[in-house]
Design a protein around this ligand. Structure first.
Ligand SMILES: [Zn+2]
Length: 141
């Protein structure tokens, strides 16, 4: 493992540590990803303050209490919170078609999901989840 600083662009010459290990998604992540397999968006609801986190989290970041109450979120109410457009691939080649990545949120929940988006992508627009494989794909209505 070493850094090659002889070139203008600094390059890492080995596999990053994170790629050598497998990480579990944890109990809340498991609920969330199992939900996706059934076409559901699963959040977790804090028993103290009532906040619903999407994706599901194991602890409430405000109350610091463990959350073990998982709830299905109304996926029909998803909307575009913000988005970005990618025009080039990792190596700088211009893509045939720009790729839209949208942060989608659900009303009355904390958090959001990054998705590949198609359609007339714009802030505030409603989205329909078209593919529940991770990362999700959505169609902006
Ligand atoms: Zn709470």
């Amino acid at each position: 493992m070493s850094w090659d600083k002889s070139v203008k662009e600094i390059k890492w010459n080995d596999v990053m540590e994170t790629e050598r290990y497998e990480y579990t998604v944890g109990p809340a992540g498991e609920e969330f990803f199992n939900g996706l397999k059934q076409g559901k968006i699963v959040g977790s609801k804090c028993s103290k303050c009532g906040k619903v986190y999407v994706p599901a989290r194991f602890y409430c970041e405000d109350c610091f209490v463990k959350i073990d109450n998982y709830v299905e979120v109304d996926k029909g109410s998803a909307y575009v919170d913000s988005y970005t457009v990618i025009y080039k691939d990792d190596e700088g080649h211009v893509l045939e078609k720009p790729v839209y990545i949208a942060l989608i949120r659900f009303p009355n929940t904390v958090g959001g999901l990054l998705c590949y988006a198609e359609g007339n992508v714009r802030i505030g627009a409603k989205v329909r989840i078209t593919n529940f494989d991770w990362p999700l794909r959505v169609m902006v209505e």
